[in-house]
Design a binder for this molecule. Sequence first.
Ligand SMILES: Nc1ncnc2c1ncn2[C@@H]1O[C@H](COP(=O)(O)OP(=O)(O)OP(=O)(O)O)[C@@H](O)[C@H]1O
Ligand SMILES: N[C@@H](CCO)C(=O)O
Length: 357
Amino acid sequence: MARSFVIKVPASSANIGPGYDVLGVALSLYLELEVTIDPSNDSITNTDPNNCRITYSEDSEGYDSVPLASDSNLITRTALYVLRCSNVRRFPSGTTVHIKNPIPLGRGLGSSGAAVVAGVMLGNEVGQLDLSKQRMLDFCLMIERHPDNITAAMMGSFCGSFLRDLTAQEVERREIPLAEVLPEPSGGEDTGLMPPLPPVDIGQHVKYNWNPKIKCIAIIPQFELSTADSRSVLPKAYTTQDLVFNLQRLAVLTNALTLDPPDAKLIYPAMQDRVHQPYRKILIPGLTDILQSVTPATHKGLMGICLSGAGPTILALATENFDDIAQEIINRFTKNNVQCEWKLLDVAQGGATVEQL
Ligand SMILES: Nc1ncnc2c1ncn2[C@@H]1O[C@H](COP(=O)(O)OP(=O)(O)OP(=O)(O)O)[C@@H](O)[C@H]1O
Ligand SMILES: N[C@@H](CCO)C(=O)O
């Protein structure tokens, strides 16, 4: 018998200033997969070695670039990893996945985190594996190896997370090259081997409250910056002063964002950072100017401003005056020959969901 379901996964913004690789907030912009499994319709998928036909909505982000072969696409490769850990080699025959993706790729809004979370949920659902969200996080963390975006996308809301200490054996299992976790792209052979199972409870997290009066303005430059490139410019070591600077602000920020009324005098300085943003300015024209000159003093309603994830998107938190704040940042990017679009988003409370149709 045919069955259909929809998987929805929110975008996310990581770091929120001082919380590098620690904080993430889920945003009301959703990657959606419409999935049908119809064994009587296997002719539609029998040209794919993994029984899965992918279609991608024309108005989606990445329409021209995202691969649609099931062993190349990040979402279905991830699902195949989850299935193969349960010794299931491919999707059930007659599986179709229609992807709708409004999350811009490589801009700091957690597109890859959402794709990985969607893939793990897809594997869990088609394989009827009944994994908990906590266990699914382990699978996600085998692929995207820092927990901030992944945790917010899976669990929703505003999260703090860390990776627990792993035993030497667990480290070995987790630190293996990605190519050995994900099935090989087209041309590669399915070796029939079981991939490494994730260690249990790799990621620990808590959810913080978030004052709903605080909205998220995302100013999104029209150029991509891969997370890998944006991490490559960071130093290998930091001074004690810089680490303490961030830790002090991180401790205050997680509570400051819950208070009512929101207090810009507390939030704005608590969103300052010395661990990643200063180093990333060489990759994002105008970044330092924007972060230093758009303030609560110049713009009523602004609570704080930071780089979203690995960039280049700017995240401005505000309670009012959204158009003016966005326009000011867009103008400053324009002076650096960078065109932008912007979105006003809320914090997404629910995280990733599956709805049976
Ligand atoms: N819906 C999708 N389907 C397939 N691949 C995707 C999808 N979304 C993202 N990707 C892959 O992830 C890459 C972008 O990931 P990257 O980590 O560089 O940026 P990001 O996740 O958008 O930003 P950040 O991690 O800073 O929030 C894309 O270039 C693409 O290869
Ligand atoms: N914490 C990560 C988020 C991007 O995935 C970074 O800033 O590199």
